[in-house]
Design a protein around this ligand. Sequence first.
Ligand code: PLP
Length: 316
Amino acid sequence: MNGEFIPADQGVISIRTHGFSYGTGCFEGIRGYWNEEDQQLYLFRLREHYIRFLNSCKILQISLPYTVEQYVEISIELIKRNGFREDIYMRPMAYKSDQIVGVRLHNLEDHIVITSEPFGNYIDLGGLHCGVSSWRRIEDNSIPARAKITGSYVNSAFAKSEAMQNGFDEAIMLTHDGHVSEGSAENIFLLMNGEFVTPSSTENILLGITRDTIIELARREFGRITRERQIDRTELYIVDEIFLCGTGAQIAPVIKVDHRPVGDGSIGPISKALQQLYFDVVRGHIPDYRAQWCTPVYSATPQVAQPTGTGSEALD
Ligand SMILES: Cc1ncc(COP(=O)(O)O)c(C=O)c1O
């Protein structure tokens, strides 16, 4: 917190903090996956999360003293000090820290805190029933969704609670002009006639890092180009497969929307294959993607060479 490693219970802020009163903060959600075989914890797409974090800060007029590379180092050190040997979630958060009354972004002090904790699944991965929300997604000219702003999660909370209190598992939000935007904390993909389709960056979405990962995996592993375009609400009712994705959600297939089965109402083959591939990728099981996207926390563990019978086996 502000340049020091401290026990989490000492990480406190005043009740008069600007960010707490007005939602003037931004954050990231980053996952780390424990790989038992490698005895290693891999942080997934760490650099990309911090690039987006600094972009959110820029939009909110928050200036922080560190570079992306420094955040990567600080994050590794934080997880090391916690000594986690399980899946984790890490949350960097920057916020306006002045203890004043007055709504604005400028001439305020900025603080930063990074927390981490053990973490399992965020939502059910075995097939969701989603409801189209009566709450519309916030507009770029109201609270920009491309920045991960703390205050904008009130919009997500309205949608999520409405969905759950109406018996659904998750909400799908539309834009003000009635096109599909995203879930309460997830991007959305549709599969139609073998094509991957997802709302484009101008549909008031958070430009998800998982979304980007899927676009790349679809191209490299399935040979499919993703169409980023406007999507009508009723396309949700007739496509072959739907899944939600995000750091928290991972890949969560949707099997029903507004009481209508997606496809035949069970998890589709592409969603299933992609979900399996995704878990292999994030856990560092696939060397190419591990080198590209997974940052190891702990220094390389010595690999015990197979005994050769010479009596001089070495560790390398
Ligand atoms: C509103 C919203 N959309 C999309 C996402 C997915 O983004 P990412 O894949 O970068 O976690 C999230 C989750 O972080 C989110 O909160």
